[in-house]
Design a protein around this ligand. Structure first.
Ligand SMILES: Nc1nc2c(c(=O)[nH]1)N[C@H]1C(S)=C(S)[C@@H](COP(=O)(O)O)O[C@H]1N2
Ligand SMILES: [Mo]
Length: 361
């Protein structure tokens, strides 16, 4: 059942010197709603460090396996290594091409432990403070050629990117690839991972189908009442639909608003400080004098929005869109969009913002 799965590609050219011109013109390569990150750039997302990096690193494979095993890092390195050049796609809308990983194939490790016939799911568990995890159907994990990565670009994987042992799941949003992998558990019934359970990220996570979020679970009458009262502060309102509504003066400080829909909404003077607006939709919204202090705006879309007088100090902008074929946003001299927060934008969006800022003065 567990065949040899990883296609081995040789990548001798350093990762940050790859010529992308051929790839970028290939239209089918970038999944819908994604932007290409700058050459050689690998953004940091989620947890920054493992729970305990001093203790020796091991990988335990247990659950519904024939013989549970714990591999030391050295033992993993002694197993046959496979190379893989991979396009990664983060749910917050940035992608990066041709990332050269090296490590042990999941199939290889499962051949050593054996798998019981009842095993249908596989959970990857991290050595991190929140015991971060993500899961897949076992058959899918194998079919996708999941890799237990130890090296990146010819060197041991960096700590902040999940070194020394990281799970890499090709052709799924990158949240399926767990950093600081410590345990692989074979299960009969699925167990939702951290982001899937906490943030409503889609459990299937196929970027080609834009499987970013599960359907929202907010009670519609409650949502209508909160919209009428304009009180969102500190509430969990993921994926709420506020499109075309008048929410001027909204208090949304500290609210959890991932994937929320504010398209064409009137939000003059609203306060989103400290809110999580990851992948929120603000296309053509009226955001004059809004406050976004310290807000998470990763993957948020401001195409055609009015940001005159808005304050984005300290906001995080990985994968954020300020202009696209859906329109440019509007800035003026009173808009506060400090240069020091622009670093995580893609090159295209950096250029858009810089042009808008010049025009605004
Ligand atoms: N342990 C752990 N693994 C994790 C995460 C995390 O927060 N903790 N975040 C996931 C998400 S959402 C993404 S996009 C990638 C980011 O990996 P990077 O920081 O190396 O780019 O790791 C995934 N694996
Ligand atoms: Mo992510």
């Amino acid at each position: 059942m567990l065949q040899q799965l990883v296609t081995v590609a040789n990548c001798r050219q350093p990762w940050n010197q790859i010529d992308r011109t051929m790839n970028e013109t290939e239209p089918s390569r970038l999944p819908p709603g994604q932007q290409l990150a700058a050459i050689g750039k690998w953004p940091l997302i989620g947890e920054r460090e493992p729970r305990d990096s001093a203790a020796p690193w091991t990988l335990t494979v247990d659950g519904l396996v024939k013989s549970p095993q714990t591999f030391s890092l050295a033992q993993l390195r002694e197993l046959p290594q496979g190379d893989m050049k991979l396009d990664i796609h983060c749910v917050t809308r940035w992608s990066q091409y041709d990332m050269p990983f090296r490590g042990v194939r999941l199939a290889q490790v499962l051949e050593l432990t054996g798998v019981l016939p009842e095993a249908k799911f596989i959970s990857f568990v991290s050595r991190s403070t929140r015991d971060h995890s993500s899961s897949l159907e076992l058959a899918v994990a194998l079919q996708l050629e999941t890799l237990i990565a130890l090296d990146f670009d010819g060197r041991p994987l960096a700590r902040e990117h999940g070194g020394p042992i990281r799970n890499i799941v090709p052709r799924r949003y990158f949240y399926k690839s767990v950093k600081w992998l410590e345990r692989i558990e074979l299960l009969a019934v699925d167990r939702l991972g951290f982001w899937e359970a906490e943030s409503g990220y889609h459990n299937h996570a196929d970027p080609w189908r834009e499987e970013r979020y599960m359907a929202p679970q907010i009670d519609r009458r409650l949502a209508q009442q909160l919209i009428a009262e304009k009180k969102f502060a500190n509430l969990d309102l993921r994926s709420i639909d506020c499109s075309l509504r008048d929410l001027s003066g909204l208090d949304a400080r500290g609210a959890a608003l991932r994937d929320a829909n504010f398209r064409e909404a009137r939000l003059v003077g609203a306060d989103f400080s400290g809110a999580n607006l990851s992948n929120a939709h603000f296309e053509r919204a009226d955001l004059r004098n809004c406050r976004f202090l310290g807000a998470d705006l990763e993957g948020a879309d401001f195409s055609g929005a009015d940001l005159r007088g808005a304050n984005l100090t300290g906001a995080s902008l990985t994968g954020t869109t300020f202009g696209s074929e859906r329109g440019l946003c509007r800035l003026d001299a009173a808009t506060i969009l400090p240069d020091e927060i622009l670093g995580p934008l893609t090159p295209d969006q950096t250029a858009v913002v810089q042009r808008l800022k010049v025009d605004a003065i």
